[in-house]
Design a protein around this ligand. Structure first.
Ligand code: PRX
Length: 629
């Protein structure tokens, strides 16, 4: 970071991206250097560090062995099981090799997919790192998803091996994983060849001979294994991470290797201000992008200690985050606005109970940060609160206030300014022209996206181009599908999604996926799901359901049965907060569902222009249906 000002640093990143990123890439170990920093020949695709070879696991583990073998790399804290464990870089290296040898013994090699469906335990991190060590491609599926969601991801990724566990635990309640996985494999068109089960001793599980293996056996067999890193092309996929969009089929965001390493390293230094030897505590889950980038890869790439936390923010009490931060002297924290709103319901004195003298800042992302919550955290902790805005697709922040450049202050209500390499522009929804200063527009990013962002959608280049790059014909512009507004100093304000994606407690969900699940319930004729503002979770899903003829008598039983059906298919994370029964859904005369109008009524707003509405009664009955739900 030669520049003294962020303005100069940012300008160089967008005006001379090749020179800028080549310089940033010096921070990473390469087995072979690149022939070309950026291949611009196939827009909207962008290939970074073409011709170079590297390995992500080498960069996060092996290369630190010379200087920090005895430094703690991974601290594991579970308030669910009471376990706390700290692994040095040398110990992490050993565990990753054991896991890599285990995967290898089941035939996993370069390019094979490995699906990881696990709770927050160290073995999940070992499995991710073992995959990238071998050049295999991991796909972590959030543990809160149930069998139908899991089966869809298995079918798409076609993994050779699945790594799972007997169970997780949440709020003291054991959540079995293995039966959900068994059911997913029964539903899947692509039964995995092998399943590794980490048996935590939390729940009994049925072992299918020839398919399932206990990790303890593999671990014992490979305890001394030496597994060298497999050098892969910079453009070789490191992982697939599924995320929701406007269709019922989740998209497999595909990430490269070299570009991701370079971008994450830069982000930790310039945006988060993290340094080697320091401690990073991110409270997310490895099943989400924040967990991938800021529990696992960025802190370890930087030679930091990372904390992996299994538990909730309020158990044993609402000071647990700060107790952990004090005990392990966390220098930086990363959490979600919903977690802070949960804490806000408890005694603010809890935020003062622990010695947080090592902590410099707390970062919050994943959903809008309301100003009162941001202010409450900043005042109660006495630390800066840094909002940052990004997506599964980008892998690291698009907007933030960079801690590496203290002259850029944060502004309440805004996640900040454009981060290096992101040419952010607010565009008119219809013609793609930049909007006038201060006006609302779609947050768009001009091609090329910086390193670390998605390469494509797994197995579907056409969908990648169509989904993200075709909003405005004849323009190479990536749409985030978020509305925004920009002030005169370049600070952006995020105003919500332009599409049907909703954000419940920082969890990104597609209303279409929930609708498809509810439609599959035998009593349901038709359904619309909308996201409704919620004081705690940001948004909540509300479902409006038309039952099949003859089902109305048992209406309340049907509501419970639909909720249970969504739990079993998608997972409790997707269960609508309300299931409202109606006799018709509001549609235009051409049959298009008026979800926006439903949403407006739910939030007590004016539903707007309804001249195209086919049946006004459909809308009029909504307030009653809500009251009855
Ligand atoms: O709508 C934006 C919202 O979350 C979406 C991306 O969610 P996901 O793919 O799960 O990635 C989260 C990575 C942090 C965005 O399109 N979002 C994310 N961060 C913010 C936000 N909305 C407002 N403010 C934020 N800081």
């Amino acid at each position: 970071m030669a520049e003294t000002s962020y303005a100069a640093f940012y300008r160089r990143s967008v005006e001379s991206p090749e020179a800028f990123w080549a310089e940033q890439a010096q921070a990473i170990d390469w087995q072979r250097t690149w022939d070309q920093v950026l291949d611009r020949s196939h827009p909207p695709f962008a290939a970074w560090f073409v011709g170079a070879q590297t390995n992500l696991c080498h960069n996060v583990v092996d290369r630190h062995l010379a200087d920090r073998a005895q430094q703690s790399a991974l601290v594991y804290v579970s308030t669910e099981t009471g376990q706390e464990r700290s692994l040095t870089y040398a110990e992490l290296h050993r565990e990753v090799q054991i896991m890599a040898a285990s995967l290898q013994s089941l035939g996993v090699g370069k390019g094979d997919r490995v699906l990881i469906y696990m709770p927050m335990i160290p073995e999940a991190v070992f499995a991710m790192l073992a995959c990238v060590r071998l050049g295999a491609i991991h796909s972590v599926v959030f543990g809160g998803f149930a069998s139908v969601s899991l089966a869809a991801r298995i079918d798409d990724a076609q993994p050779k091996v699945i790594v799972s566990a007997d169970a997780g635990s949440r709020g003291g309640k054991v959540m079995p994983y293995k039966p959900l996985l068994d059911e997913a494999l029964r539903l899947s068109q692509h039964p995995a060849q092998r399943v590794i089960v980490v048996d935590r001793g939390l729940a009994d599980w049925a072992q299918q001979d020839g398919r399932d293996m206990a990790y303890a056996e593999l671990r014992a067999a490979h305890a001394q294994a030496q597994v060298p890193c497999v050098w892969v092309e910079s453009t070789h996929p490191s992982y697939i991470l599924y995320t929701s969009g406007t269709t019922g089929k989740p998209k497999g965001v595909q990430r490269d290797t070299g570009g991701y390493a370079v971008a994450l390293h830069l982000s930790m230094r310039a945006i988060f201000g993290g340094k080697p030897g320091e401690t990073f505590f991110c409270t997310s889950d490895i099943g989400w992008v924040v967990g991938h980038s800021y529990i696992v890869y960025a802190p370890l790439l930087t030679g930091m200690t990372t904390i992996l936390y299994e538990g909730t923010p309020i158990r044993p009490d609402a000071a647990v985050f700060w107790r952990i931060a004090e005990q392990y002297r966390a220098n930086l924290m990363f959490s979600a606005p919903t977690a802070m709103r949960v804490l806000k319901r408890h005694d603010p004195a809890l935020l003062k109970r622990h010695d947080l003298s090592a902590l410099r800042a707390i970062f919050l992302a994943g959903e809008p940060l309301d100003e009162p919550t941001g202010r409450w955290v900043a005042e109660s902790l006495g630390k800066p609160v840094i909002d940052n805005y990004w997506q599964t697709e980008t892998g690291w922040p698009i907007l933030a206030t960079p801690r590496g450049f203290p002259e850029v202050p944060s502004r309440p209500g805004s996640p900040g300014v454009a981060m290096p390499g992101y040419k952010v522009c607010l565009r008119n929804e219809t013609d793609g022209e930049p909007v006038a200063p201060g006006e609302k527009g779609v947050v768009a990013i001009d091609w090329p996206l910086p390193p670390g962002c998605l390469q494509t959608i797994w197995g579907d280049d056409a969908r990648f181009v169509h989904t993200y790059w075709s909003t405005y014909p004849n323009r190479q512009v990536y749409s985030t599908f978020d509305w925004g507004r920009q002030d005169a100093e370049g600070y952006l304000y995020i105003l919500g999604r332009t599409d049907d994606v909703i954000n419940v407690a920082g969890h990104r969900l597609g209303t279409r996926e929930i609708e498809e699940s509810i439609s599959a319930h035998p009593a349901v004729a038709e359904v619309a799901v909308v996201g409704v503002q919620d004081a705690l979770k940001g948004q909540a899903a509300w479902a409006f359901v038309v039952l099949r003829p003859g089902q109305l008598d048992a209406a309340s039983t049907q509501q419970a049965s639909i909720a249970a059906h969504v739990d079993a298919q998608l997972g409790a994370v997707a269960r609508p907060q309300r299931i409202c029964l109606v006799t018709a859904l509001p549609k235009t005369r051409s049959g298009k569902m008026l979800r926006r109008a439903i949403q407006a009524i739910c939030e007590g707003r004016d539903p707007g222009d309804l001249t195209t509405l086919e049946d006004p009664l459909a809308l009029q009955q909504i307030p009653d249906a809500i009251a009855r739900s």
